[in-house]
Design a binder for this molecule. Sequence first.
Ligand SMILES: [Zn+2]
Ligand SMILES: [Zn+2]
Ligand SMILES: [Zn+2]
Length: 515
Amino acid sequence: MAHRTLEQHISVDMTHKKRCNETGWGLYASTNIAAREAIISIERPLVISLDIPRLKDTCYECLGYGSEAYRNPERIAWEEDKKLQVCTGCHVVRYCSKECQTLSWKSVHKHECSLFARLHPNILPNNVRAILQLLLLRKANRLPHGEWDAFMNLESHLQQWESRNGRQWEDIGLMARGTKEYAGTDLSEETLREVFGKLLVNCFTMVSPFYDPLGLALHPLAALVNHSCNYNAFVRFDTSSHCLSVLALRPIARDEQIVVSYIDATNPRHVRQKELQDKYFFDCACSKCSDYVTKEEGVPQLPESSEHLLVEQRAFELLAAAQKDTSITGPIQKCQYGIHILRKTGAWPLHRQPLASLRQQLVVSLIAAGQIHLAFVHAWIQYRSIDPKLMTEKHHPIRLVHLWLVIVLLKRIYFASFSPTDLPIQKYTITSNSIMHIKLIHYLHWALMKRVGDDDDGTFAQVVRHHFIQDGGYEKQRYPIAKRDDFLKEAEKLKACTTEILEKELVWGESGAAA
Ligand SMILES: [Zn+2]
Ligand SMILES: [Zn+2]
Ligand SMILES: [Zn+2]
């Protein structure tokens, strides 16, 4: 009896494929689609592959976080804490339960475990593991019907990689050679280079329900969805169900093209254009790229002067350096300095990039350093003053995650027994008293529940709902409705706190942000 192929459920009824220009295809709405509706859902992407550091702290099957991950500040929003067991065959992948291990073994891992074991302690990079998995499943006749052909029909941009002749072209050659050896495949090295080109230009960054990058995912159908900086849809990956979906961000009319953003669309135009050209070989001509000043954000697409361009460059460098810095105080100082030089120009509203990204990185770094109070104030600034300008939809998935982070930090502060020694200003506590503190948590959680909606069954929505119920959210008597005046008083308190911190950013030195 032939092996069963992996089960595959795809729902695409709302879309059709159509040429969008001479060279490319796009996915179009076949019907009017409401905001937040799922447009495509693919139960199992063709390949998913975890980043190397995530192999240590993430279940290889359900992608749940292990206790290791809980120490990672970027994952503070997730309050699970599972013990992971390493696969005794290869010592590379880890599982949260026997069930996960069995499922994973049957679906993919039995084809790759001995190879991983042979290479251990070396671990192959995620794109090589992705392609190996694909080739091994193909060899075992286990790929869902038609998916290999659909994959091979994707664009690889191989000639452009070659003519660019950069480090990536070298990498593609190395990966193709290595894969040929490891997978024992009948495909030529030339074809394997094509395969890697296709993976590089068509894969998505797989993110957790809380928007932490986990690795990469690819499906030929999802790869049909084109890019726009003015996107009307977004990709979501539900870790526990392995479901890759594309959801509408705003209402999409029949025959409108469905577009997502491949990059951080809040960056300035010249940064976006360079990233799209480097990674995907095209010049974006979306409505946002055609305006000189972005309508929504009201900031110039290009720095106003060469001096501003230099400051912007320096700030982007500081951001990149902070993201790489593994020390405790290093990333905090880099972010604070980047924020300072931008704000000093007087030309950077809080939501103008890279100021917003520096603050987001600052929140992460402060959490890592245990400075929860200060992290909260910056997360609050992000939620209140920055996100509404950068992402107009109240239900934008990143805005929801940022609100959740505010709630998680408020809860941490509530349960922490120490006083806010990490705040540079001692005269403020964040809330008037513990009753108001808990009311504020409840109020924000309730606001988040409303934005998430009742019919969303994604992992994020489930976690938010679970915690709301666990905290007694629906038991009115536990949380007597606070008077409006009481809330206004708390709002004043928070405002005074954020104002003082924002003012400090304008000075640098002994009494300033670095102090
Ligand atoms: Zn698991
Ligand atoms: Zn194994
Ligand atoms: Zn664009």
